[in-house]
Design a protein around this ligand. Structure first.
Ligand code: ADP
Ligand code: MG
Length: 434
């Protein structure tokens, strides 16, 4: 019986051995096939990448370009394109973002556009990151604001959704304030003061001028004409903790005083009476010239100062202006980081800018909360704009955060968006609580 057993067992062994063997062979073949498939796919991808690289020769960021294209292909775009004819409900605090187009130099240097604006209220920043094995990948930072303007949006469209709804505020006895926030070169002056054609600026295409047009349209209505309502303009600059009048020759320094009723007065500030849009354009031009005079470039010093353009409505027999609109072209927010600079003056200026932008955020927060404590003494900027933050619901504020689309500005862009997000986040939270 034993040989039979032996045979049997031997047979058994050889059958299971053959099976195992065929399983192993099968597995090896499968792995081989998979490997070949993977290699073929990789080769295909390499060819595809190579073709793309050849399409865009000399682009050091061609991998980023591919990743961006692939990501954007998954999105559905419906950006803001049309004006807002009915105005809609005016928020007390509106926070928007405007992305400027790539500059010609940026295009030439193959700097990538890493900001996507898929819809009228959302925005994505694609940040280039590296894995531990140094392969590149994009981190997609998503943000949501009241409005997001892409590079195709005109100043008129931006104005229509930001400052225009606020003009009414001035005629209702409130203070409307519109801030342009962002890094130097992100488009603050382009948006507020008007488009640049080479070195000259077309003042009539900026938010200041568009607002002036709407103010005059309103004030020309019979009810205001009959009572003799008047408009005045002032334009000044806050540099460090000093205030300079941009509408007086030699740009004199002005003192800021606070009276017993906590009213803040800029002593000697020129308030020019204006009766038509051209008067205002003339003043803007004069002020802009004053702001940049003696500077090597338009951004040399002006990026370290806040420019405040104001229009006020005066009704007869009323003490002080009835309502005001203020437009603020803020100092470049990257200057706040100058506190590490080797130059003492630059360090001091950086610290002052930092302080003013933080105080501004706090004041907007206080406005949204309607809280009793207003930290307006935190900086000269918020002190001068005190009226914008007191007075409760009558006052309205809009912040336009300007960003550059360029890959080399990603850090500043994220900083700007996080600052704007903080303002909005708090507004949303407060609204939720009500
Ligand atoms: P900032 O005042 O923030 O320092 P600028 O307004 O001076 O920036 O803009 C920097 C450059 O970018 C200017 O040459 C300007 O013409 C250009 N620019 C800014 N925004 C736009 C835009 N929306 N469309 C076209 N060009 C723009
Ligand atoms: Mg500027």
């Amino acid at each position: 019986a034993s040989p039979i057993y032996g045979r049997k067992s031997g047979n058994n062994t050889s059958v299971s051995g053959a099976q195992r063997c065929s399983n192993v062979v099968h597995e090896v073949n499968r792995m081989k096939e998979e490997r070949e498939l993977r290699r073929a796919r990789q080769a295909e991808q390499l060819l595809e990448k190579d073709a793309l690289r050849r399409q865009d020769p000399g682009n050091p960021n061609w991998e980023v370009a591919i990743m961006l294209r692939q990501y954007r292909a998954t999105l559905t775009f419906s950006p803001l394109r049309c004006l807002n004819p009915h105005g809609g409900a005016v928020l007390q605090i509106t926070v928007c973002v405007r992305k400027r187009p790539m500059g010609r130099r940026e295009e030439r240097m193959k700097n990538m556009d890493i900001v996507t604006v898929p819809t009228r209220d959302s925005l994505i920043v694609h940040e280039l990151r590296y894995k531990v094995d140094l392969t590149k990948f994009l981190e997609h930072h998503k943000f949501r604001f009241d409005y997001t303007f892409d590079e195709e949006c005109s100043n008129a469209l931006v104005y229509d959704h930001t400052a225009r709804p606020l003009i009414r505020t001035m005629f209702e006895g409130g203070n409307a304030t519109c801030f342009a926030y962002g890094q130097t070169g992100s488009g603050k002056t382009h948006t507020m003061g008007g488009e640049f054609c080479g070195k000259s600026q077309d003042c009539s295409s900026g938010i200041y001028a568009m607002a002036a047009r709407d103010v005059f349209q309103e004030v020309s209505r019979p009810e205001y004409r009959q009572i003799g309502a008047k408009i005045t303009c002032s334009y000044f600059e806050i540099y460090g903790s000093k205030v300079f009048d941009l509408l007086q020759s030699d740009k004199p320094q002005l003192r800021v005083l606070e009276d017993g009723r906590q009213q803040v007065v800029v002593v000697g500030l020129k308030e020019m009476p204006v009766t038509k849009v051209d008067d205002v354009l003339g003043l803007i031009e004069l002020g802009n010239k004053m702001r940049t005079s003696g500077q090597t470039s338009a951004n040399a010093k002006s990026s370290r100062s806040h420019a405040v353009f104001q229009m006020a409505l005066h009704l007869p027999d009323s003490w002080g202006p009835y309502g005001k609109c203020s437009f603020v072209d803020l100092a470049g927010n990257e200057r706040g980081a100058d506190t590490q600079s080797a130059d003492r003056q630059t360090r001091i200026e950086g610290a002052e800018i930092n302080k003013s932008l933080l105080a501004l955020k706090e004041c907007i927060r206080a406005l949204s909360r309607q809280s009793g404590h207003l930290p307006f003494r935190g900086s000269k900027l918020t002190q001068v704009l005190r009226d914008s933050f007191v007075g409760g619901k009558k006052n309205k504020t809009c912040m336009i955060a300007m960003i550059s689309p360029a890959m080399n500005c990603v850090e500043h862009t994220l900083n700007t968006l996080r600052y704007a997000d903080r303002v909005k986040e708090l507004v949303a939270k407060d609204d939720d609580c009500q």
